[in-house]
Design a protein around this ligand. Structure first.
Ligand code: ZN
Length: 227
């Protein structure tokens, strides 16, 4: 188990390096956001985003200061470990949009937390996401974004307690991808959680995310050539 967790962290570091080179990098695992610096929690052993952010910051500087990082955590569960680890760190901004009544029942204060009621559907979710992304603009100018694209806000999820349709999930992903592309911010895509009553529904959501990510990479390439 530890070895699997170590490799997953390594894959997120590799995806982050790839994102800096190619505009986007993805790990078909990762997003283990309940892990703290000194303990695991909620299916998470090590906090891959924290390790990758620190590795990249140690290796890359921008204008003589640490790489500015934002974590956009749209898994349905709050990224409590990530929020705690970066609580006093101005170089990493943590945004979490999650079910207010869902696990973890004791939330940590991140830089921007949006707690949603049980049963939230597409329209309310996407409006909350738009508002959060607008707030993010006002708070920081990240040079690297980690996107936790959990499939668990989907209506077919056993643990999610929200009601996003497949189309709503696609719109969620597209908003984050567009936000990064329009600002030319490299993006690291991570899977995070997904617990469908029908596993096929979770896989469909995840596949949808990766299809959009592929299109995003193509747009990144073509906009680079045009520039
Ligand atoms: Zn989750």
């Amino acid at each position: 188990m530890a070895e699997r967790a170590r490799r997953s962290v390594g894959a997120t570091v590799a995806a982050a390096r790839s994102a800096l080179r190619h505009g986007i990098g993805a790990n078909l695992a990762g997003g283990t956001h309940h892990a703290y610096a000194d303990k695991g929690g909620g299916f998470c052993v090590f906090n891959d985003v924290a390790v990758a952010a620190r590795v990249l910051q140690a290796q890359h500087q921008r204008d003589g200061r640490a790489l500015q990082v934002a974590v956009i955590d749209l898994d349905v569960h709050q990224g409590n470990g990530t929020a705690r680890i970066f609580q006093d760190d101005a170089s990493v901004f943590t945004l979490s949009l999650h079910g207010e009544k869902n696990f973890p029942f004791r939330k940590e204060a991140g830089d921007l937390d949006v707690g949603l009621p049980d049963g939230t559907g597409d329209a309310d979710y996407l409006a909350a996401l738009d508002a959060a992304l607008m707030q993010l603009d006002g708070h920081c100018k990240p040079q690297l974004v980690f996107f936790l694209a959990g499939a668990d806000p989907h209506e077919g999820d056993r643990l999610g307690r929200l009601k996003l349709s497949f189309q709503g999930m696609q719109s969620r992903d597209q908003r984050v991808l567009d936000w990064c592309l329009s600002r030319r911010i490299p993006l690291v895509l991570l899977m995070a959680g997904g617990y469908g009553v029908q596993i096929e529904a979770t896989v469909q959501v995840q596949l949808g995310t990766y299809r959009l990510a592929y299109a995003h990479w193509q747009r990144w390439q073509s906009s680079k050539q045009a520039a």
